[in-house]
Write a protein that binds this ligand. Structure first.
Ligand SMILES: NC(=O)c1ccc[n+]([C@@H]2O[C@H](COP(=O)([O-])OP(=O)(O)OC[C@H]3O[C@@H](n4cnc5c(N)ncnc54)[C@H](O)[C@@H]3O)[C@@H](O)[C@H]2O)c1
Length: 340
């Protein structure tokens, strides 16, 4: 399981790295984190002042095989050996891709993640899922490989836009839904300022960790973390074909609401959770109005199963009670659109 270090634990974090006696250490950054986060990183860790970086283009459109190849090429050009360390300094796109590139280069070299966005702090930077998008399908190619450590310091959030902060808040809302009535009743009223506090970040990380530790390979209980994501990923992928591509968290916000409509008809779930989610969306995302039709998202939901008459998803009948692999017929899916 991941070693997670928080701000204040820099000495322990550095001791871990020193104990590994790496031949060389490189930092992977994207165009934005090179500018906004690398100077902060070097300020927090002056011993890395002279470490060389590999720079890749930023953004979800670059979460691709071409950029993974670019990273591998750089690794070869720099003659990076198996006893080297890659430090991924960036958001979820960078940590997913950098971790994938490291986990496959020379059959796998060590990497660690320093997340610089909220979504990467509370979700993407630990748990072992690495990868990139392929043929329009989100995270289609990837590996399960744990980083040697993750270092969380909210100082990096100072340069992040409000839209990207809100993007990360959705995975925190999702974690609260999975945890308990007590946590949910608090979380549903959090302001963005409360959400980005170190205490709430730690709480959210602990909820995910507690689930991942039981099912690292995602064959059972870990699929609870997919609530909102079956429909959400399809909405996200479709949005890339439009003039208003959504951020991951924005699509998951819509996916969580839509999947509750499905839960109400398939599992007889009370409508209260949906109403609470809609209230959160209206409070935190007042301008998020993305429309989609069943034909827009169905190709992404079915992927290669063109003749299928159903899809399976993780649904939430009540707080802290998730039903994974719930069969939802295409008729139920169609019906949910009339209730949107
Ligand atoms: N592996 C997992 O378990 C997991 C979980 C959740 C999400 N994800 C993935 O995470 C990705 C979304 O993450 P993201 O939104 O962090 O993506 P991102 O890495 O694209 O970051 C968003 C943008 O913010 C910039 N940025 C990053 N840190 C910054 C900072 N501190 N200041 C200013 N700009 C900064 C980036 O350059 C980028 O332009 C998706 O691809 C999603 O699939 C993975």
């Amino acid at each position: 399981m991941n070693n997670i270090f928080y701000t204040g634990q820099e000495i322990d974090f550095l001791s871990l790295i020193e104990s590994k006696k790496y031949e060389s250490i490189y930092i992977l950054v994207d165009a934005h984190t090179n500018e906004c986060c690398l100077p902060v990183f070097k300020n927090v860790f002056p011993s890395f002042e002279n470490v060389s970086s590999i720079i890749i283009p930023a953004g979800e459109v670059n979460k691709s095989i071409e950029i993974v190849q670019l990273i591998w090429n750089e690794m070869l050009t720099l003659s990076i050996t198996r006893n080297s360390l890659i430090i991924n300094l960036g958001g979820g796109v960078l940590t997913d891709m950098g971790s994938f590139a490291a986990s496959t280069y020379k059959r796998g070299i060590d990497f660690l993640n320093i997340p610089t966005t909220l979504i990467a702090m509370v979700d993407a930077s630990f748990g072992g899922k690495t990868g990139f998008n392929f043929q329009g399908v989100k995270n289609c190619i990837g590996t399960f490989q744990t980083s040697i450590a993750t270092y969380i310091n909210p100082i990096f959030l100072n340069t992040l836009s409000k839209r990207h902060l809100l993007n990360g808040s959705v995975e925190m809302i999702k974690h609260a839904l999975l945890q308990s009535e007590i946590i949910w009743n608090e979380a549903k009223n959090y302001s963005l300022t409360e959400l980005i506090s170190i205490d709430k970040i730690k709480q959210s990380i602990a909820i995910k960790q507690q689930i991942v530790i039981q099912d690292f390979s995602d064959n059972g209980i870990r699929q609870c973390l997919n609530i909102g994501h079956t429909i959400g990923h399809a909405i996200e992928s479709y949005s890339y074909q439009t003039t208003f591509p959504l951020l991951h968290g924005e699509a998951i916000m819509l996916g969580l609401i839509h999947e509750q409509i499905i839960a109400e008809s398939v599992l007889n779930t009370d409508s209260i959770i949906r109403k609470e989610l809609i209230a959160i969306k209206e409070r935190l995302f007042p301008d998020l109005n993305f429309t989609y039709l069943i034909d827009n998202i169905l190709p992404y939901l079915l992927q290669d199963k063109k003749n299928s008459t159903y899809i399976k998803m993780s649904l939430l009948p009540s707080i802290a009670n998730c039903k994974i692999q719930t069969v939802v017929s295409l008729d139920e899916l169609k019906k949910s659109f009339s209730n949107l």
